[in-house]
Design a protein around this ligand. Structure first.
Ligand SMILES: Nc1ncnc2c1ncn2[C@@H]1O[C@H](COP(=O)(O)OP(=O)(O)OP(=O)(O)O)[C@@H](O)[C@H]1O
Ligand SMILES: [Mg+2]
Length: 385
C-alpha cells in the first residue's frame, strides 16, 4: 500500500509484470492518480525500472519471482504477454490478475486467438496451423502466394511474422523450428486499431478508431481518428472491440488490430495491455490509455475516452546511428513548440523504438499534423531535417 491511516491502506498497489515503456508510461498515470505502482523488471536499467519507486528485479518466467512480486501488490497486470500460461494460473491463486489467464491466452497463442475468433464468427484472414512445407503449399493452393507465416507465440513488432513469396522462403522459416500458423496474405487498404477498456464489474469504454501505419511490420505512425472513416464503419469497429472485451472477459485494455479491406474489416490480432496505437491518448484524449488501464484493473469507474482535438498524430521515434537524442531536443522544441516529445530511457540502437512524439490540432484550419510529427520524429532519430 502507498500509505496508511489508522492502519487502513490509503490506496492500493498495482503491480505490472514487465518494465518496458508501457510500464513506464503507466507509472506516470499511477503517480497522477496517487495509487501505488510496482514493476517486475528484468533489470534495474529497464525503461520503467529507471523511474518507478517500487522495482523488483526478477524473471517473469520464474514462478517464485512472480509470487514474490505478487505478495507486494493488490492486483497484478502486464506490459507484455510473455508470462508462461501455467505460471499465470498459479499467480491467479495468489492475487487478482487482470486480465486473467483465460483472456490472456488469446494474446499469447495466435492459433488459440484465431480459433476463438472463428467460433465467435469474427471475420479474420483465412488461416491454418502448419507443421511442414506440404501443409503450407496445400494452404497456398487455396489462398495463393504470398503466404504469411506467424509464430504461434512470442512475436512482437513484426518479429515472428514472415511474408513468404515462394515455397523456398516458407521452407527457410519452417527451418527455424518454431511453431507457426499460415495465414492468407491480405491486400488491405489500410490498418486500423481500436482500443477498449473493460472493468471486472463489466463497464466498457472505447476510444475513437485510429489508423496505424506500419513499415516492415512495425508501427510508425498513428492517426486519431482514422482519416475519412465512415461513422458506420467506426461504430462497427468500436462495437467489435467492446463485444470481444466482454466475450473474452478482458479486464483492463483490449487493443484490436484490424485490416480494412474491400470485403470489410478483418481482425489481425489482439493485445490486452496499453498499446502503441493508444499513445496519442496521453495528450489527445480526456483519459489516457494508461490511466484507463489502471482504472479498469482496479475496478474503478472508467474515464471518458473522447479526443480533445479534431485530429491527433503520433509518430514513433526509432534509434539512429547517433545515440545523442537529447542533444537534438533544442532544435525540435524550438522548431515546433506544439510537438510533445516522449523518450523511454532505452539504450539507443539503430531501428529500436525509443520514444514517440504527438501533435494535436485541426486539419480544417490547415494544420499539417502528419508533416509536423514526422519531421520531429525523424529529426530526433537522425539529426536530419
Ligand atoms: N495476413 C496478413 N496479411 C498482410 N499483412 C500482414 C498479415 N499479418 C500481418 N501483416 C503485417 O505485419 C504486421 C505485424 O503483424 P502482427 O500484428 O500479426 O505481428 P506482431 O509481431 O505480433 O505485431 P505487434 O506486436 O507489433 O502488433 C501487421 O501490422 C501487418 O502490417
Ligand atoms: Mg500487430
Amino acid at each position: 500500500v502507498t500509505g496508511e491511516a489508522e492502519g487502513r491502506p490509503l490506496a492500493p498497489v498495482v503491480g505490472m509484470i514487465g518494465a518496458g515503456q508501457l510500464a513506464r508510461m503507466t507509472c506516470q498515470a499511477a503517480i497522477g492518480l496517487g495509487i501505488g505502482f510496482r514493476v517486475l523488471a528484468g533489470s534495474a536499467r529497464d525503461s520503467a525500472a529507471q523511474v518507478c519507486a517500487g522495482v523488483r528485479v526478477g524473471d517473469y518466467t520464474s514462478l517464485p519471482d512472480l509470487l514474490a512480486f505478487a505478495a507486494e501488490c493488490d492486483v497484478v497486470t502486464f506490459d507484455h504477454e510473455h508470462v508462461p500460461g501455467p505460471h499465470l494460473a498459479a499467480l491467479e491463486r495468489a492475487v487478482p490478475v487482470r486480465p486473467g489467464a483465460a483472456a490472456l491466452r488469446h494474446t499469447q497463442d495466435k492459433l488459440a486467438m484465431r480459433e476463438r475468433l472463428a467460433t465467435l464468427g469474427v471475420p479474420c484472414p483465412r488461416y491454418t496451423p502448419v507443421s511442414d512445407l506440404a501443409a503450407v503449399t496445400a494452404f497456398a493452393a487455396r489462398s495463393g502466394w504470398p503466404v504469411v507465416l506467424k509464430a504461434v507465440s512470442g512475436g512482437y513488432d513484426g518479429r515472428g511474422v514472415w511474408i513468404c513469396g515462394t515455397p523456398d522462403e516458407a521452407a527457410e522459416v519452417l527451418g527455424h523450428g518454431v511453431a507457426v500458423i499460415a495465414e492468407e496474405h491480405i491486400d488491405f487498404d489500410r490498418e486500423l486499431a481500436v482500443l477498449a477498456a473493460r472493468s471486472p464489474h463489466g463497464q466498457g469504454a472505447v476510444y475513437p478508431v485510429v489508423q496505424t501505419v506500419q513499415r516492415d511490420g512495425i508501427c510508425h505512425e498513428v492517426l486519431a481518428p482514422a482519416l475519412w472513416l465512415s461513422a458506420g464503419r467506426a461504430r462497427e469497429a468500436q462495437q467489435l472491440a467492446l463485444g470481444l472485451a466482454a466475450e473474452l472477459e478482458v479486464t483492463g485494455l483490449l487493443a484490436v488490430e484490424l485490416f480494412e479491406t474491400p470485403r470489410g474489416l478483418l481482425v489481425n490480432e489482439l493485445a490486452m495491455r496499453p498499446h502503441n496505437s493508444g499513445h496519442w491518448t496521453i495528450e489527445g484524449a480526456v483519459t489516457s490509455q494508461f490511466e484507463q488501464h489502471l482504472r479498469a484493473v482496479l475496478d474503478l469507474p472508467l474515464g471518458a475516452p473522447g479526443a480533445v482535438a479534431p485530429q491527433v498524430v503520433m509518430a514513433n521515434v526509432f534509434g539512429g546511428p547517433d545515440p545523442g537524442v537529447y542533444g537534438r531536443y533544442l532544435h525540435v522544441m524550438a522548431a515546433d513548440p506544439g510537438v510533445k516529445v516522449h523518450l523511454y530511457g532505452k539504450q539507443v540502437r539503430p531501428g529500436r523504438k525509443i520514444g514517440h512524439v504527438t501533435v494535436a490540432g485541426d486539419p480544417a484550419l490547415g494544420d499539417q499534423l502528419r508533416e509536423r510529427a514526422g519531421r520531429a520524429a525523424r529529426y530526433l532519430a537522425t539529426g536530419k531535417d
